[in-house]
Design a protein around this ligand. Structure first.
Ligand SMILES: [Fe+2]
Length: 340
């Protein structure tokens, strides 16, 4: 990603740094993919850096929002026809994937869009499209080909298709599930796989992601207890995307956590559960997608995330009034809510 060379003075808010910026002594000052804002411009000017390589945002967030809403409508229709016993046409799913793939170069816009619009729709449909988007950008960060990125979107869209066969009264039960109900829920990967196995022309890896997205690294997942290291890359990607979306979405039986709380949980317990390469890539890249997000803090103040150091992802720098403050596990002030 080379980008275009511009004077720092000419940088526009919303541009993206195309290359890492180092000081003359070799210290990394700001990492590539950071969103240009006042904080970044101040840091660059302070160190007398005059030129940087930037990329301009290609698509507006409104077109992304349109595709997102359209994706939910389409998947809603496909799923409803599937429940009614009609055969799924793979080309329809692939068409949705094809429309989302161009956004793989805009992870920040995707994060902003998903934080903004989530849970306005029926959960399974919105969750499927959210997981498809997250899977797409993780696949891109992992360096998968455009063709495989498209399959990652299909895998995200279809991973929970087996839930269509579980009664709503169990899926959306407000209270604690009985053992019997939990056993039923745990059947959804196999039900989904069996449903997708009947559909011609669908990639076997996509079918497997429906079967294996709840498997875990230590073999303690379900339904097959296959250690995650032995399953395909799409299943390992969808496993992270699925849990991140579930944690950050309000459900009838649990409150959402904000993305930074989710990153903290992933960082503390995720390495025993998820593919380390997929998880580390996600944790290094995803937090900076929230640069520009408005946040409510535990101190009662409001602020805006201006930079997330990629190797200190739990310590975002937040602008509060005119002051830049570093948050994080060793500071009292925490992010309690994100509003983009
Ligand atoms: Fe699932």
């Amino acid at each position: 990603m080379k980008g275009k060379k511009v004077f720092v003075a000419d940088c526009q808010k919303g541009d993206i740094l195309a290359q890492d910026v180092f000081l003359s002594n070799g210290v990394l000052l700001i990492t590539r993919n950071s969103l240009i804002n006042e904080y970044i411009i101040e840091r660059l000017s302070e160190h007398r850096i005059e030129e940087v390589n930037i990329l301009q945002q290609i698509e507006s967030s409104s077109s992304l929002m349109r595709e997102y809403t359209k994706g939910i409508e389409k998947i809603n229709g496909i799923f409803k026809r599937l429940i009614a016993g009609e055969r799924m046409d793979v080309s329809e799913v692939d068409k949705i994937a094809g429309r989302l793939v161009p956004y793989l170069d805009q992870p920040s816009s995707v994060a902003a869009c998903l934080s903004d619009v989530r849970v306005k729709d029926e959960y399974t449909y919105a969750h499927s499209v959210n997981v498809a988007f997250y899977s797409l950008i993780i696949a891109k960060w992992l360096g998968l080909s455009r063709h495989d990125c498209r399959k990652a979107v299909q895998a995200g869209l279809l991973h929970d298709v087996g839930k269509l066969l579980i009664p709503d009264s169990i899926l959306n039960k407000p209270g604690r599930l009985t053992d019997k109900e939990f056993t039923m829920i745990k059947q959804h990967p196999l039900l989904g796989y069996n449903l997708l196995a009947q559909i011609p022309n669908l990639s076997q890896e996509v079918r497997e992601a429906a079967l294996l997205h709840h498997e875990r690294l230590d073999g303690q997942g379900y339904p097959t207890q296959t250690p995650l290291g032995q399953v395909g890359i799409l299943s390992r990607i969808v496993a992270v995307a699925d849990v991140f979306d579930s944690m950050t979405t309000d459900r009838i039986y649990k409150k959402a956590v904000n993305p930074f709380e989710a990153f903290e949980m992933f960082a503390s317990t995720g390495l025993s559960q998820f593919d380390p390469f997929v998880l580390n890539t996600f944790l290094v890249r995803m937090p900076s997608c929230y640069t520009g997000s408005k946040v409510q803090l535990s101190s009662g103040e409001e602020g805006e995330i201006v930079y997330v150091p990629p190797y200190r992802i739990l310590s975002p720098i937040v602008k509060i009034n005119a002051e830049y403050r570093e948050l994080g596990p060793f500071h009292q002030t925490k992010i309690i809510k994100l509003a983009i």
